[in-house]
Ligand binder design. Structure first.
Ligand code: PDD
Length: 288
């Protein structure tokens, strides 16, 4: 079945979907986005995703392009038209179309809104989940990566290095030798004391929705959770390492650069957290 995209008020075959060549999203990466998982036809964590979208828009000085209720209805309609059961929805809102000039236009533009879907299998079983490798790369991104803008070139470059190295993800490293996050996921370790550790929120990481859900689940299930920075060296000698994100869910890491993590197999805490997250997702699918 060919996919249907939503573009500026119309549902069109994706192959025919297009934006104006002077859309500021294409010329300046002047836009924001969200990626939401769909499980059993239901959006996962829709409310926090839309809250983060609103925050991203405010941070780049844009007004919401439409009321939240209208956006939610369009998301559902796009899922339905694509008969999407398991996969993701991609939502992008650009500032709009104007003759190319760096400064934001004095008058508000009509924002461009694009929604596409992708059918894909999502993780299911914590006992058979495969561990992945990550490599480390310098974090060369701008200083406001807490805003989910479409300006992702540095992330793409880092991920490409990872792919070339046969790794799943690149962990980005700041000037102090601390891991900030992955190119499209948040970074975690289980330290020598058995605490679940992830970097605190700030301008230097994306406030991941999966991160927030996993933090709450970890606390609720009695894990000791510490939000603090950690170095690459600490991660390499950690008991466990894992990453979180909308499509990855909770993914065990078994190698960082040349260092094997733990016994080289997905760790116990990581698998437990994936199990809790899968239950949480299944609960939303059933109840929503
Ligand atoms: N990426 N960090 C970065 C830089 C990200 O781009 C993402 C999400 C995350 C994880 O956030 P969340 O749990 O809300 O998905 C962390 C999306 C999925 C993407 O760009 O495709």
């Amino acid at each position: 079945m060919s996919r249907i995209a939503y573009v500026n008020g119309r549902y069109v075959p994706q192959a025919a979907a297009a934006l104006n060549v002077e859309d500021r999203g294409t010329q300046f990466a002047d836009g924001v986005y969200e990626v939401m998982a769909v499980v059993g036809g239901r959006l996962i964590d829709e409310v926090p995703h839309l809250d983060r979208l609103r925050r991203s828009l405010a941070e780049i000085e844009m007004r919401p392009s439409m009321a939240a209720g209208a956006l939610r209805a369009i998301l559902r309609e796009t899922i339905a038209r694509n008969r999407l059961v398991d996969g993701i929805v991609y939502l992008q809102i650009n500032r709009g179309v104007a003759p190319r000039a760096h400064a934001f236009p004095a008058q508000d533009l009509a924002p461009s809104t694009v929604i596409t879907v992708k059918h894909m299998g999502l993780p299911r079983d914590p006992d058979t989940v495969a561990g992945v490798a990550v490599i480390t790369q310098p974090d060369i991104r701008w200083k406001r990566v807490d805003v989910k803008t479409v300006g992702l070139l540095a992330n793409c470059m880092a991920k490409s290095r990872a792919t070339e190295a046969g790794a799943y993800e690149a962990w980005l490293v700041d000037g102090d030798g601390d891991v900030t996050e992955g190119s499209s996921t948040n970074a975690w370790i289980v330290d020598r004391d058995g605490s679940v550790v992830t970097r605190p929120l700030g301008n230097d990481i994306l406030p991941g929705i999966t991160r927030a859900s996993v933090l709450a689940l970890a606390r609720g299930h009695g894990f000791t959770v510490v939000e603090r920075p950690f170095t690459v060296a600490e991660a390499k000698s950690a008991r466990e390492a894992f990453l979180t994100g909308t499509t990855a869910f909770v993914k065990p890491i078994v190698r960082i650069d040349d260092a094997v993590i733990g016994n080289g197999h997905p760790g116990l805490a990581t698998r437990a957290l994936l199990g809790h997250y899968l239950d949480y997702v299944a609960g939303q699918g059933a109840a929503a």
